[in-house]
Ligand binder design. Structure first.
Ligand code: FAD
Length: 285
């Protein structure tokens, strides 16, 4: 039997799971907490609730609904995705293989506000180590972040580059930093460049010169995960066809991560589309 892994336990992921699990597919939802709904205190524009419902209550009820119908639910943070004979997901707690993957990890609503960061995107600043490590082989790079996702990017870079500095921008790392990695906890003032290359300027006045800067704050978003496996994106939006399929065989996306209207109704609709498309593809296998 084909298996499907849905990354994300919000409206899009749960909606997709309802269709795949009820069609008999082996369905696993991997999520690492309540997504955008955690901040939605009262929702009153979604069908079926006479009184406003809190986002948290809606999210919990959705997870319970999928669990009752037979979906396996795992709490883990996915940091990487690859394609071998099957799609493979790397999580902080384990590795997962799937015939089909639906990315439903929502949309980042806050970008790091570091002066100079966006101006250097594509000019040394990257959001994908597996995509861009090669450009910095044998050179020093920095990874901006402090959690599991940053560690994943560090480990991708280490075999390729000369050195990696993990720059936490004033935060204490929540991970065990590998011995071969330099740790720099200074607060960042700006990203700058001149003819000699790229540098991070710290509020304390110091400077770190690097060939590349890899941004890996917080949790890997859908677009970051999608790019790792070569799926087409536009900014933070994953590009999909009308069935929610990406350009990578077996990889689908739904919800806020495909852009457009950032609303529960649209996430549920797209989850249903992705779920039914996966069922159809699995039956054709
Ligand atoms: C303050 C606020 C108020 C809102 N009010 C309304 C409203 O009134 N009405 C309305 O319709 N919409 C509202 N929304 C929007 C609504 O919450 C979103 O459109 C909807 O939740 C999107 O669903 P989603 O499933 O695409 O993503 P999300 O609900 O964001 O779910 C994403 C899921 O992915 C998981 N995830 C993310 N990254 C990873 C990873 N690397 N590994 C594992 N799991 C991961 C998260 O843990 C989460 O389970 C509001 C949003 C906000 C922020």
């Amino acid at each position: 039997m084909s298996n499907v892994i849905i990354v994300g336990g919000g409206p899009a992921g749960i909606s997709a799971a309802l269709y795949t699990v009820r069609a008999g597919l082996d369905t696993t939802i991997i999520y690492n907490g309540v997504g955008a709904l955690a901040k939605a205190h009262a929702i009153e524009n979604y069908y079926g609730f006479a009184l406003p419902v809190s986002g948290e209550a809606l999210a919990m009820s959705g997870l319970e609904q999928a669990r009752r119908l037979g979906a396996r639910i795992i709490q883990d943070e996915i940091t990487g995705i690859g394609f071998d004979e099957q799609l493979t997901l790397t999580g902080a707690a384990g590795q997962y293989a799937a015939d089909f993957v639906i990315l439903a990890t929502g949309s980042p609503r806050t970008a790091p506000r570091i002066p100079g960061l966006s101006e250097h995107e594509g000019k040394g600043v990257s959001y994908c180590a597996v995509c861009d490590a090669f450009f910095h082989r044998g050179k020093p790079v920095a990874v901006l972040g402090e959690g599991e996702y940053a560690l994943h990017e560090v480990n991708t870079l280490l075999p390729v580059v000369r050195s990696v500095t993990l720059v936490t921008d004033g935060k204490t790392p929540s991970i065990q930093v590998p011995e071969s990695v330099r740790l720099d906890t200074r607060e960042i003032a700006a990203i700058e460049s001149d003819d000699s290359g790229l540098r991070i300027r710290f509020t304390s006045g110091g400077i770190l010169s690097v060939s590349g800067i890899f941004v890996a704050y917080g949790v890997a978003g859908s677009a970051e995960l999608a790019r790792k496996v070569g799926a087409l994106t536009e900014g933070n939006r994953i590009l999909v066809d009308p069935t929610m399929a990406t350009n990578i065989p077996g990889l689908y996306a739904a919800g806020d991560c495909t852009g457009g209207m950032l609303q529960v109704a649209k996430a549920v609709y797209e989850g249903a589309l992705a779920g039914t498309a996966v069922v159809k593809a699995a039956r054709g296998k």
